[in-house]
Design a protein around this ligand. Structure first.
Ligand code: SF4
Length: 210
């Protein structure tokens, strides 16, 4: 089946209708719900995770389990924002069976939807959560432990990689790193200036995100 031309879509609601009926990769067979994304469609800050898990698949909403509760807690206590203030989505919109890692062909099929979400929301900062989301957005095989907490300019936006909150649930040291990163994220959001469109340094344009 040919994949859709998304160029004429001009709202998140219209895009969601397309994604909800998507059958472009095998995950269509095992999902309960498509998990499109949720939040403020005009937010300066978009979080990107890896893929829905068990609870997200059941509810059709991203980050509703324990990792989501930790994300909400950090947002409120460190950045001073509620979930309704930000937008959150995943690279994959359907759950991989048993929460296995996303496969490259699944990311390839699903990535145009994320590209379009970013285009429509037009945020100042994209915070990638964990290795998989960061690799997909930067289009680089990079380890989060090496680059977390350091903003990267790309096409008029900041990419801000940090750990996935699930990694911090049972490891206090990672939770502390996440808290430090969220402090930097808050500072970045408070800055007046957006990066220059010409200042690409991360190769993200290869993905078509920005
Ligand atoms: S993961 Fe993405 S590409 Fe695959 S079926 Fe779901 S929406 Fe479509």
């Amino acid at each position: 089946m040919p994949e859709e031309d998304l160029s004429q879509i001009n709202s998140l609601a219209a895009l969601e209708q397309v994604v909800k009926t998507c059958s472009h990769c095998p995950l269509r067979q095992t999902r309960t719900h498509v998990v499109f994304g949720i939040g403020n469609p005009h937010s300066d800050l978009v979080f990107i995770g890896e893929a829905p898990g068990f609870h997200e698949d059941r509810k059709g909403e991203p980050f509703v389990g324990a990792a989501g509760r930790l994300l909400d807690e950090l947002l409120i206590t460190v950045v001073g924002l509620a979930r309704k203030d930000i937008y959150i989505a995943n690279v994959l919109k359907c759950r991989p069976p048993n929460n296995r890692d996303p496969q490259p062909d699944e990311i390839e099929h699903c990535r145009p939807f994320l590209d379009k979400q970013i285009e429509l929301i037009d945020p100042k900062v994209i915070c990638t959560l964990g290795n998989h989301a960061t690799r997909a957005v930067l289009n680089q095989n990079i380890n989060i432990s090496r680059i977390h907490g350091r903003p990267i300019q790309s096409g008029g936006r900041w990419i801000f990689p940090t750990y996935h909150p699930a990694a911090a649930l049972y490891t206090g040291a990672i939770k502390q790193l996440l808290i430090e990163d969220f402090k930097k994220l808050g500072e970045l959001l408070a800055e007046d200036t957006a990066p220059q469109k010409s200042a690409d340094s991360a190769g993200t344009e290869q993905m078509g995100l920005f």
